[in-house]
Write a protein that binds this ligand. Structure first.
Ligand code: ZN
Length: 244
């Protein structure tokens, strides 16, 4: 028998040890602004230059955190490097899984990436770092250098749809995997959360690593409540060794 195809489905909890705050949590960056949701709502973003100015400042603040991959990201990349087929489906936009060494083509970013910007008119993509350098140099709302259109982070804002191609790829790997590990997600945001159920229905072993209960716990073969930074490396080395 070949090695099992392992899918790691990650949410915000995967990156907490990297110092990325849970934006929606009580201390979250978005809570400090009374109308914070406007900054990440497509309609408001497109309509109001002041919303865009504040969004760029927020992006600069997040970028300045200088987040690095943590032990959980590294353990996933290592499993793949050691020859186990691994795919990552993530709700995170931080790109840390790829920074840890996971090939980008094996990472499906359901909510897009905060490491790139995209033009809302001509759809050209470029580096977030370049856009933030322009903000730091005094452009409060940098425009597309190709067409002059409005730039935004290449993340899925409220009011935008998930990329149907990325979602279809995620569905395919969820249905085709042998082990589906949901990490650091409460599995409450749809359609992403339903991938866990799909995997289980198609015969995958479902493992949930999360501090709090999730609606999919009753379906799971195993639920782990330990901190992700220690629990995930332990779990993955157990899988790699074929001990269960
Ligand atoms: Zn453009």
């Amino acid at each position: 028998m070949g090695k099992p195809l392992v899918v790691v489905f990650s949410g915000a909890g995967m990156s907490t040890d990297s110092g990325i705050p849970d934006y929606r949590g009580p201390q979250g960056l978005w809570r400090r602004e009374p109308d914070a949701e406007k900054l990440v709502t497509y309609e408001h973003y497109m309509a109001d230059a002041d919303v865009r100015r504040r969004s760029w400042l927020m992006r600069a603040e997040i970028g300045a955190l200088g987040a690095r991959p943590n032990a959980a990201h590294r353990a996933v990349a290592e499993l793949e490097r050691d020859g186990t087929p691994v795919r990552v489906i993530t709700q995170n936009v931080d790109g840390l899984q790829q920074l840890a060494g996971m090939p980008a083509r094996k990472v499906f970013e359901l909510h897009g990436s905060a490491r790139s910007v995209v033009c809302t008119r001509c759809h050209v993509r470029s580096d977030m770092a370049d856009a933030l350098a322009r903000v730091a140099a005094g452009e409060p709302d940098p425009a597309c250098t190709a067409c002059g259109g409005i730039l935004k982070a290449a993340t899925v804002m409220f009011g935008e749809h998930l990329d149907p191609e990325v979602l279809a790829q995620a569905v395919a790997v969820a249905k085709g995997c042998d082990v589906f590990i949901a990490v650091g997600t409460t599995l409450q945001v749809q359609p992403a959360a339903s991938l866990a159920g799909m995997a289980a229905e198609h015969g995958a072993r479902l493992i949930i690593v999360n501090a709090e209960e999730t609606p999919y716990d009753p379906l799971a073969d195993e639920v782990i409540r330990e901190p992700i930074g220690t629990a995930l490396p332990k779990l993955l080395s157990r899988l790699a060794a074929g001990q269960d």
